[in-house]
Design a protein around this ligand. Structure first.
Ligand code: MN
Length: 229
C-alpha cells in the first residue's frame, strides 16, 4: 500500500523569521504535520484490516479519521510550498494576476477577503484560495478543521493556516499580526505556476448523464479535471 510521506521543507526552520519563528516552523512541520501523515496512513491500514476481517462496524470513525488527517497532510504540504523566505510583499503577475482581478475586483480586495476568511474562522481552520472547475473561477473558502466547509471539486492553490499552533508561540492572542505578517512570505511564482496547471480545468458534474441519455448504450468518458493539482 502506498504510504503518505512527510515532505521536507525547501528552507531552514528559521528562514521565515521574523514573520514566523524557527520554533513554530520546527514544531509545526516535524510534529503537527507528521501527526497528520501518520494518522492518514493509520486510517488506511485500519480500513484494510476491516476489509480483511469483514468487520465494517467502525467505518464511520475510520473514514472521518482519513478525511481529517489526509486533508491536513495536503493543506500543510501546500502551505510550506506557498511560502518562501524570498517573498516580500510583491503581487502576482501574469494569468493569476488577471484572474484575481476578474474574480475579486482587485488584488487588494482579494487580500482582504482571504485574510478575513482565515482570521474569522471559529475554532481551527484555514483560509484558502481555490480554483472551482465547475464555475471556472477563483474562490476563497473558509475551511474548518482541515476538511469541513470546503466545496467539492475545488482545487486548493494557496492556503493560510489559522490553527492556533500556526502562530500562538510567537503572536499569542494577537493573531491579526500573524495574518498580516504572512503576506511578506507568499511565493507568488509557485502559486502562479499552480494556477497555470489547473486554470483550464473545467468540470460539469451533470454533463455525463446528459450525454448518456442522448446516445443510449454508449456511455461517454467522465468529464474529469484535466489540470494537475
Ligand atoms: Mn497547521
Amino acid at each position: 500500500m502506498t504510504k503518505y510521506v512527510l515532505p521536507d521543507l525547501d528552507y531552514d526552520y528559521g528562514a521565515l523569521e521574523p514573520h514566523i519563528s524557527a520554533r513554530i516552523m520546527q514544531l509545526h512541520h516535524d510534529k503537527h504535520h507528521r501527526t497528520y501523515v501518520d494518522g492518514a496512513n493509520h486510517a488506511l491500514e485500519s480500513l484494510e484490516e476491516a476489509r480483511d476481517g469483514g468487520d465494517f462496524s467502525h467505518i464511520a470513525a475510520l473514514e472521518q479519521q482519513l478525511a481529517f488527517n489526509l486533508s491536513g497532510h495536503v493543506l500543510h504540504s501546500l502551505f510550506w510550498r506557498n511560502l518562501t523566505p524570498d517573498g516580500g510583499g510583491e503581487q502576482p503577475t501574469g494569468p493569476l494576476a488577471g484572474a484575481i482581478e476578474r474574480d475579486f475586483g482587485s488584488f487588494d480586495r482579494f487580500r482582504k477577503q482571504l485574510t478575513q476568511s482565515a482570521a474569522t474562522c471559529m475554532g481551527s481552520g484555514w483560509g484558502a484560495l481555490v480554483w472551482d472547475p465547475v464555475g471556472a473561477r477563483l474562490l476563497t473558502l473558509q475551511i474548518h478543521d482541515h476538511d469541513s466547509h470546503t466545496a467539492q471539486a475545488s482545487i486548493p492553490l494557496m492556503v493560510l493556516d489559522a490553527w492556533e499552533h500556526a502562530y500562538y508561540l510567537q503572536y499569542q492572542n494577537e493573531k491579526a499580526r500573524y495574518f498580516e505578517a504572512v503576506w511578506n512570505l507568499w511565493n507568488w511564482k509557485e502559486i502562479a505556476a499552480r494556477f497555470e496547471h489547473v486554470h483550464e480545468a473545467t468540470w460539469a458534474p451533470e454533463q455525463g448523464r446528459a450525454r448518456a441519455s442522448q446516445s443510449p448504450g454508449k456511455r461517454p468518458a467522465p468529464h474529469a479535471p484535466t489540470g494537475r493539482a
